[in-house]
Design a protein around this ligand. Structure first.
Ligand SMILES: CCCCCCCCCCCCCC(=O)SCCNC(=O)CCNC(=O)[C@H](O)C(C)(C)COP(=O)(O)OP(=O)(O)OC[C@H]1O[C@@H](n2cnc3c(N)ncnc32)[C@H](O)[C@@H]1OP(=O)(O)O
Length: 194
């Protein structure tokens, strides 16, 4: 889209993304990557509780119901919350790539106001990969998966090793996550499966 920074345009030698052979089947619910994640975790009372599903190719779909706790203007979703919903949906793509990655850059367009109690129907896909750089795009629609686009984003995610979290996270949470065998198994599986 015009207005998107040139750093979000994949270089000429970028390659098409490849769906990992062990990616969840299209339609499968992805679940949370971390119980206390504000985007998808069940342990965050006012979090987004965003539910994402694997899509075809290297894509995902997700739904987010805007609640009163997510307001900016009266009765309307806060823009930062909508950016978070886009970021979380884009982050879910990495279940399909089976790569751990973090957001390096996220550029968002806010096209329509999003009222409290509405469902935002989100969709994201990886468009290209260049080394550790993962180029992706997302939309959020109102009224249904084919409804009007209310928000959209282009983003660059950067692949990292699990050490990114171990080295930079707060020791209490890292220790708790590392004591959760499911969390460790999941993180390691992402690292060892090319
Ligand atoms: C316990 C385990 C749990 C696991 C849970 C899974 C969590 C999932 C969470 C999901 C939650 C939802 C998601 C979230 O919210 S993720 C949370 C929000 N994001 C972050 O916290 C990331 C913070 N940033 C960093 O840690 C570093 O800057 C990273 C790791 C991103 C890069 O630093 P690193 O030292 O590693 O790499 P590099 O600097 O050599 O750069 C490498 C290449 O990338 C290019 N580049 C970099 N940045 C930008 C930029 N801004 N624009 C354009 N380009 C950029 C750079 O030019 C270079 O290109 P090239 O020279 O190679 O061509």
């Amino acid at each position: 889209m015009s207005g998107t920074s040139s750093v979000l345009n994949p270089p000429a030698d970028a390659v098409a993304p490849v769906r990992h052979p062990d990616a969840p089947a299209p339609g499968e619910l992805l679940g949370t990557h971390y119980e206390h994640c504000f985007g998808c975790g069940g342990g965050q009372e006012h979090g987004l509780h965003l539910a994402a599903r694997a899509g075809e190719g290297v894509s995902v779909t997700a739904e987010f119901t805007v609640r009163a706790a997510h307001q900016g203007a009266p009765g309307l979703a806060h823009g930062g919350i909508l950016a978070t919903a886009l970021d979380e949906t884009l982050g879910s793509l990495h279940w399909v790539l089976r790569t751990i990655a973090v957001t390096g850059r996220l550029e968002t367009d806010f096209l329509l106001p999003v009222p409290v109690d509405t469902v935002l129907y989100l969709e994201a896909e990886v468009t290209a990969v260049h080394g550790r750089k993962i180029y992706c795009t997302a939309t959020g629609r109102l009224g249904g998966p084919d409804g009007d686009v209310a928000v959209r984003a282009d983003a660059l995610f950067i692949e990292v090793k699990v050490d990114h979290f171990i080295d930079n996270g707060r020791p209490e949470e890292i220790r708790a996550a590392m004591e959760d065998p499911d969390q460790v198994r999941r993180a390691r599986a992402f690292e060892v499966n090319p």
